[in-house]
Design a protein around this ligand. Structure first.
Ligand SMILES: *Cc1c(COP(=O)(O)O)cnc(C)c1O
Length: 965
């Protein structure tokens, strides 16, 4: 008998094992798909789509693919170069315990983290309820009228508060007064944001300077409460002074402190912002965390970011939906209030659940413990001969003058694995938090004690110590009285509440989410695992650089790989969403022109098909937006662009294009376009949201782009989280590298345009996800992913050709990685709209494709490479079944006003109602595909009434009768 011949070790070890797990299409599938498209091979298909002039000549230089286990082991070695010290740094980042039930069932649960932004209200009721809880929590704690559903971080929230104030007040001044004892990173971001808008930031560095500044002219003032030093200033008397100037008062406030101190809403301030990090989200070297923004009722129509409102569905039941600002940039373009699109939904859900879990009593107890420990710490330090500065009291942070000794004390802390903060020259600040223990207090005293000095003992204070909060600033009002914060306090109850919400929603763990432009691909479990490793999760963004070596290496490797993928020379991972990458990239272009003495170049050309964030970002850097036309094929109208380049040749700053275009085609003339812009002295911004059609195939940095942002939460596998977190790296060519963003406070001296996010590495804690993806895929895997994404889009377009024509295609009929299905003619023949089809897809168990972007009345489908052929076929079958339903309406079998599309989605309750009065049978309403018979998705509500919701804007928890009393 012959022994089986040995197989090479490489094959047995199979380091490429992850590639076919990420990519849903197998070789046999590919043949079927190609034949439907009418191409002989994948190579031939790609060659017929990607213009030869831009095709990459060289493969990306990346390490060869690693298996899941091997990549995790490598990343663990990198992570272990971070040192997890006990942090007493504070400054907006605190230790916190993520309750286990929330950690496992939300942060680590794909039902939550793979969900999309809740634009389709009927399949998003669970996460919107959590966001309404978030908004209610923020309103209650701050005492404000209205709060949005999250901001990117505290510093950018403060900058947004600044521009919200400017839009909303009567003062015409351009001065913005900032208390010098606000968090330094917040001041930095405010300065970056103010500069291009001609806002003059005036820092008030003492009580005298503050009082004097308040007598002058300004449109708003900003202060931290409690201050970064821990002092709790009583600013109540200042508010009427500010209002007397027709100006706004903005406060950045700590939510845990607000359980014990008088909330700013009760002293009549106009805007309150801050972070919710310490409500259960680990520090994660700076993010992701949800920031919040709350304002007085008169400002609400100008509030940036997303706001969840309460409306009703067709059956008259309460229903949540995104209110007012939804897709605001898409409508108002350069007049939009802000460029925020992706925010921090998952961290906001976690913060809201932290409040649901602890309830008002629990939160108060945590805060009282922190305050009490802080008071004990101060007593002990006094006993050791120090004089903590407590003129204005303290909640969790005390500052003390340590003079010459400062460096030595900090070093002694490091030797005991504890980080203290040098807040000013010769001053140390110590912040306590939820995780502080008695042992920590004794550790701190040990650091400060002289040799042989007797150490204080916590046990001496067993009876408890009153907090240092000034008498007149103690909160007396209640908060979080709504039942949701007072019901789910057993773990069983909490577990079921979380589960009941996620059960209402459709996320990637149930079916494909074929969203054009948003790339909802696999977020592999192995990619997610490292984000909660303590070495990544429990480090402070401003810890000494030598404790953050793991992050430094992660940052440098990922930047190197992304440079390979994009063809650019330099990258910053600091922007924490695509919109922020756009902003940073445009700032770089602006700074470049200024450095050449061409600061007057401020015209930004943007094709009419651009994503709404593009014009909104251009406006934020003070550029003048000029819109250029698109031709009948969806391409940039080259003649119009040429004319506008010519017309603005003296003041052209840049052109912003998306490639492949938002119309889903590879424009043949993109290289010429770039050359033309360069010839007229402008730079080319290539919006990288569509990189899923380019990685490994073509590189914007090679074909003429000067700047791009990436969306790591689209192309590089960071999950969408229901609308964030994201990471929006900004990538630039060589001569723009000096203008990338940087931090003053991060140890690295700032260069270029300053800080655009609170933390030096932005949403650092989710970077391991993209690192794992690149590491497991390698150059070949990434390229195959791109080609498969293009293959799948073309397959869908071809299979649906006879039912829904694709609006834009290249001459050979092919599309890029997404296709726009034109549903507009159906309106005429059947009265059916794209929205009806989107809602009907819910009955069939699918999340709708992108609705009415970039063309009204269409659906844009992007299948991605991760879906299997089975799933693509199920989606196609649903779309065809819906087309057949429309045909019945066209034939007059069902009335235009009473058919399964118009009444979609159908709830179980609506179908089970005693009497059935519709022109179509009940089972047609239910719309169960054979394959889905055992896994039918039932929407919890019928179609939402948007008009009602906009007319009756209501954005906190639905009041129950008991609550109103
Ligand atoms: C998603 C997207 C953006 C904005 O990115 P965010 O991360 O949501 O801020 C910009 N441009 C295009 C084309 C996009 O699809």
């Amino acid at each position: 008998m012959l022994m089986p011949s040995a197989r090479p070790l490489g094959e047995l070890e199979n380091p490429s094992e992850f590639i076919p797990r990420h990519i849903g299409i197998e070789e046999a599938d590919e043949k079927l798909m190609l034949s439907a498209i009418g191409e002989a091979s994948r190579r031939a298909l790609i060659d017929s789509i990607v213009p030869r002039s831009i095709a990459r000549r060289d493969a990306m230089k990346l390490p060869p693919p690693a298996s899941e286990a091997q990549a995790l082991a490598e990343l663990k070695a990198i992570a272990s170069k971070n040192s997890v010290y006990k942090s007493f740094i504070g400054q907006g980042y605190y230790g916190t315990y993520t309750p286990g039930v929330i950690l496992r069932n939300i942060l680590e649960n794909p039902a939550w983290y793979t969900a999309y932004t809740p634009y389709q209200a009927e399949i998003s009721q669970g996460r919107m309820e959590a966001l309404v809880n978030f908004q209610t929590m923020v309103c209650d704690l701050t005492g404000m009228a209205i709060a949005n559903a999250s901001m990117l971080d505290e510093a950018t929230a403060a900058a947004e508060a600044m521009t919200l104030a400017r839009r909303s007040v009567r003062s015409k001044s351009n001065r913005f007064i900032v208390a010098g004892d606000a968090h330094p990173q917040t001041i930095e971001v405010i300065q970056t944001r103010a500069k291009p808008l001609d806002i003059e930031v005036v820092l008030a560095n003492s009580a005298e300077e503050w009082d004097k500044a308040l007598q002058g002219e300004y449109f708003a003032v900003f202060a931290q409460y409690p201050a970064t030093s821990g002092q709790i200033h009583d600013m109540r008397a200042d508010v009427p002074v500010v209002h007397g100037k027709q100006a706004a008062f903005i406060v950045a406030a700590d939510l845990l402190a607000l359980t014990l101190i008088v909330p700013p809403g009760e002293w009549d301030v106009d805007i309150v912002c801050g972070t919710t990090q310490r409500f259960g989200m680990p520090m994660g070297a700076g993010g992701p965390h949800a920031a919040y923004l709350a304002c007085r009722d008169d400002f609400k129509r100008s509030l940036p970011g997303r706001l969840v409102g309460v409306s009703v569905d067709v059956h008259g039941n309460p229903a949540y939906r995104l209110a007012l600002q939804t897709r605001e940039q898409h409508i108002r373009r350069e007049k939009a209030t802000s460029n925020i699109c992706t925010a921090q939904v998952l961290p906001a859900v976690i913060a809201s659940m932290y409040a649901v879990y602890h309830g008002p009593q629990g939160l108060k107890r945590i805060a009282q413990r922190v305050a009490s420990y802080t008071a004990i710490l101060a007593k002990g330090l006094e006993q050791l001969g120090y004089a903590p500065r407590l003129q204005h009291g303290a909640f969790d942070t005390i500052s003390l003058q340590t003079g010459e000794e400062t460096k030595q004390l900090v070093a002694r802390g490091h030797s005991l694995k504890a980080n203290l903060r040098i807040s000013w020259e010769g001053f140390i600040s110590i912040s306590l938090d939820e995780t502080t223990t008695r042992a920590d207090l004794e550790l701190l005293w040990k650091i400060f004690a002289k040799p042989n000095q007797k150490l204080p003992e916590v046990a001496k204070f067993e009876k408890g110590v009153d907090s240092l909060i000034p008498e007149q600033l103690r909160r007396t009002s209640g908060f979080l009285a709504h039942p949701v914060f007072n019901t789910h306090h057993s773990e069983t109850g909490m577990l079921r509440y979380i589960r009941s919400l996620s059960d209402k929603d459709l996320a990637l763990d149930r079916s494909m989410i074929p969203l054009g432009s948003c790339t909802m691909k696999l977020n592999a479990t192995s990619e997610m695992i490292p984000i909660t490793w303590p070495e990544f999760a429990h480090v402070h963004p401003f810890a000494p650089a030598d404790q953050l070596q793991g992050y430094a290496q992660l940052d440098s490797l990922l930047r190197e790989w992304l440079c390979q993928a994009t063809g650019y020379a330099g990258i910053s991972l600091q922007p924490n969403a695509g919109s922020q990458g756009e902003y940073a990239g445009l700032l770089a272009i602006k700074a470049f022109h200024e450095s050449k003495g061409q600061g007057h170049r401020n015209v930004c050309l943007i094709p009419s098909s651009a994503h709404g964030t593009n014009p909104a970002s251009a406006q934020m850097v003070g550029m003048h937006v000029v819109v250029t036309a698109c031709d009948a094929n969806g391409n940039v109208d080259m003649a119009d662009l040429r004319a506008k380049c010519e017309q603005h040749k003296d003041d052209l700053a840049c052109v912003m294009i998306t490639y492949p275009s938002t119309h889903g085609v590879f424009e043949m003339q993109v290289k010429e376009l770039c050359e033309m812009v360069h010839k007229h002295g402008g730079r080319v911004y290539v919006d990288g949201a569509n990189m899923n059609a380019l990685v490994g195939v073509a590189a914007p940095g090679e074909f003429g782009g000067d700047v791009s942002h990436l969306n790591l939460h689209k192309t590089f596998c960071i999950p969408h989280g229901g609308g964030g977190p994201g990471v929006g790296p900004v990538c630039v060519v060589e001569d723009l590298v000096p203008f990338l963003p940087g931090h003053e406070t991060g140890g690295v001296k700032s260069h270029g345009v300053g800080a655009v996010s609170a933390a030096p590495l932005g949403n650092a804690a989710v970077l391991p996800i993209s690192w794992m993806y690149c590491r497991m895929m390698g150059a070949e895997g990434l390229k195959l992913a791109t080609e498969t994404a293009i293959l799948s889009a073309n397959y869908i377009s071809a299979r649906l050709r006879d039912h829904y024509p694709t609006l834009y295609a290249s001459e050979n009929g092919h599309v890029a990685h997404e296709c726009i299905l034109d549903l507009r003619p159906l309106k005429e023949t059947s009265g059916v709209t794209a929205e009806d089809v989107a809602k009907r897809l819910i009955d069939y168990g699918f999340h709708a494709p992108t609705l009415s972007f970039p063309v009204a009345g269409t659906l844009m489908v992007e299948p991605t490479e991760s879906e299997t052929l089975d799933e693509l076929d199920r989606f196609i079958a649903a779309m065809i079944a819906i087309r057949e339903e429309i045909r019945r309406v066209e034939r007059g079998e069902w009335p235009q006003g009473d058919n399964p599309l118009k009444h979609a989605p159908h709830t179980a309750a609506a179908l089970l109602k005693g009497e059935w009065k519709h022109a179509y049978p009940r089972d047609a309403g239910a719309a169960v595909l054979d394959e889905r018979r055992h896994a039918k998705y039932w929407p919890p509500i019928g179609r939402v009434d948007n008009v009602y919701g906009d007319r009756n804007l209501f954005c906190s928890c639905v009041p129950l009768a008991a609550y109103e009393d």
